[in-house]
Design a binder for this molecule. Sequence first.
Ligand SMILES: [Zn+2]
Length: 163
Amino acid sequence: MKITDNKVVVLHYAVSDSEDTLIDSSYDHSPLAVIQGSHYLIPGLEAALIGHQAGDKFDVAVSADDAYGQREDGFVQSVPKAMFAGIEDLEVGSQLRATTDDGEQTVIVIDVNDDEITVDGNHPLAGIDLKFDVEILEVRDATEEELAHGHVHGEGGCGHNHD
Ligand SMILES: [Zn+2]
């Protein structure tokens, strides 16, 4: 069975940057199960799966534009430290949830001084060209319930709370 939209694809992947530094890998834990066409994966990777089948192993180069996009200087903001009163252990590298015009997003603290904290709302992988090592483990039709929910169900059905 070849991968087309609305197939469930179970895959292993390892992703590295253009200098072959490993960023993340599923090989040392559970494989990823996704519905093809649901845009769960970054666009460049999802497009590369089309036509493959179980047992295929291949490399995919994904430019930043087809991955997490380019870095936006406007996503870096300095805010008064007082806004973070009550949050302890704020230091460079801390991740925070922030409410923005685009909804909730994760920002990373990149600088702290006496008065201000500078946060970066760019995705950590923004601006980075990626390389994926992909192994397709399984391809099957998604069930109607999976398509309605937009995610893959394991044995025992839906483990999500849909309230
Ligand atoms: Zn579900």
